[in-house]
Design a protein around this ligand. Structure first.
Ligand code: 1DF
Ligand code: MN
Length: 344
């Protein structure tokens, strides 16, 4: 492993369980899931015969020798594991609750075998908010997991709906973050993306999840739960670039009483993004936007992620090692920010 004066912690690293993968296959073949992003994304990864594509789900299901060898080869000391998108959120509520529980037991077992190499986030089923809150508590208190993973919208519903707020309440009370990971746009917004193959990681994920994050901010979630922290991948799904315009337009909309649903907040939208969000560099291994995010959010708010096994490119680690930032900042990026937010 390439030596460095820091531990490389990768914060958005996906796995699947054999059970969940086979349930995805069943949803694809029995036609019972009408989510077009699911059909487009999982339909591709789970039915392709192309070796490189098939390898993704083989790696997803491995929490042992193959993954550890890949980590050694790329210089990753530690992965924060999370159930890959779309998680359990495409299933009926009863199935989702039970699969989330099994998945958390499964990942906790791998963490017990390799505690220095792995930690993990708890999968929850937002379909049942009270049960999701209880599973997050079990995941953290009993299994030693470090927060929650939610793969963005749940069958077209977003977490700014107050019926989901018991999940935020539990995360704040437990003092653990929620990682809001992308999923494809819901059916109501996907058509113009599909027309040019833009529904997935190339862009649709960021549009959908950036929208979701902003809905959470504007709904006043952080006024109600001021200590809550949300982690966003992909350098904040575009939001850091928009802070000035969002603040300006939000204050105008409030002053003009333009929307019944747009209320004055205790802080400016950008302040919640700076004070209640962390961003990771998943899929964005490029120095200019990383330094921009550090500049506008703070060097203590930006952390490293590889996005294994979706994005598994050894040269990215080398280029991140060579960023023209100070040694202290690099250690924060790779190691200490993750240790702080996930309490590793
Ligand atoms: C891809 C990437 C697909 C991520 C994913 O879920 C996913 C991809 C189906 O590269 O097609 O979660 N990702 O995390 O960036
Ligand atoms: Mn990811």
């Amino acid at each position: 492993m390439a030596t460095a004066p820091y531990r490389r912690i990768a914060a958005e690293e996906a796995f699947s369980t054999p059970e969940i993968t086979s349930r995805y296959r069943a949803l694809l073949s029995d036609g019972s899931c009408n989510d077009r992003a699911f059909q487009s994304l999982l339909g591709f990864y789970l039915t392709s015969n192309e070796p490189r594509v098939k390898a993704v789900f083989e790696k997803m299901e491995d929490l042992g020798a193959t993954r550890l060898a890949d980590m050694d080869a790329t210089g990753i000391h530690h992965q924060v594991l999370s159930l890959g998108s779309p998680g359990v959120q495409v299933f009926d509520a009863g199935t989702a609750v039970s699969l989330a529980r099994d998945s958390n037991d499964y990942v906790a077992d791998a963490i017990r075998r390799h505690p220095d190499r792995f930690s993990g986030l708890a999968a929850v089923a937002p379909q049942e908010p009270a049960k999701a809150a209880a599973e997050l508590e079990r995941g953290v208190r009993t299994l030693g997991l470090k927060g929650a993973i939610i793969n963005s919208h749940t069958q077209g519903e977003f977490l700014d709906d107050s019926k989901f707020w018991p999940i935020f309440e539990a995360a704040e009370a437990l003092d653990v973050p929620i990682y809001l990971h992308p999923t494809g746009p819901p059916n109501a917004m996907i058509e113009p993306f599909l027309a040019r193959g833009l529904d997935g990681a190339i862009y649709g994920f960021a549009v959908e999840t950036g929208l979701h994050l902003l809905r959470i901010v504007l709904a006043g979630v952080f006024d109600r739960f001021p200590k809550l922290q949300i982690v966003s991948g992909h350098l904040g799904e575009g939001l850091p670039y928009w802070l000035f315009r969002i603040d300006f337009m939000h204050s105008r909309m409030v002053a003009g009483n333009r929307y019944e649903s747009v209320k004055k907040l205790e802080r400016k939208p950008s302040e919640y993004i700076r004070q209640n969000m962390y961003v990771t560099s998943s899929g964005m291994a490029w120095e200019p936007p990383i330094r921009y995010a550090q500049n506008v959010l703070g060097v203590d708010r930006v952390l490293y992620a590889m996005d294994y096994p979706w994005q598994f490119v050894a040269s990215e680690v080398t280029s991140m090692d060579q960023m023209a930032i100070g040694d202290e900042e690099k250690k924060m990026f790779y190691q200490t920010n993750a240790e702080k937010v996930f309490r590793l």
